[in-house]
Design a protein around this ligand. Structure first.
Ligand SMILES: [Fe+2]
Length: 146
């Protein structure tokens, strides 16, 4: 049961590693009226992503696992889609973010449940913290587009 948890955590880590660059892409290429708001928000998000990457990797190490620390490997594992190096509108930026945040919410829940089943409360707590942050972000993104 734990091996499935560790695999999912490593996949989550790979996706977060890709997301770190993807958020920079949006931070640099977003265009339009929402530029100043989104440029700043995206910086906040990639800073949070850097924290998540470190926490998940160190949690895996604490559990005796080997976290993915290699971009080639991370890209081969990752399931979130990267973007072209091209301008993107404010609305498309937020819609793309929402698709990824939906993924984070679903995956974060799954990992938290797997951790609970494995009797690993500390990992469940870590991911529950991410879950509430992503749910809040989803509400904010929906409010931006409303
Ligand atoms: Fe910047």
């Amino acid at each position: 049961m734990s091996s499935q948890l560790y695999e999912k955590m490593n996949l989550y880590l790979a996706n977060q590693e890709v997301a770190y660059i993807k958020l920079h892409n949006l931070h640099w290429y977003v265009k339009g009226r929402g530029f100043f708001t989104l440029h700043a928000k995206l910086e906040e998000l990639y800073d949070q992503t850097a924290v998540i990457i470190d926490e998940v990797a160190e949690r895996l190490l604490a559990l005796g696992q080997l976290p993915v620390a290699n971009l080639k490997k991370a890209l081969s594992m990752a399931t979130i889609e990267e973007l072209e190096d091209a301008p993107i509108s404010s609305d498309e930026t937020v819609q793309g973010l929402m698709a990824d945040v939906e993924y984070w919410i679903r995956d974060t829940k799954e990992i938290s449940e797997l951790a609970d089943e494995a009797g690993d409360g500390a990992t469940a707590d870590l991911f529950n913290g991410y879950l509430s942050e992503y749910q809040k972000l989803m509400w904010m993104l929906q409010s931006y587009l409303a």
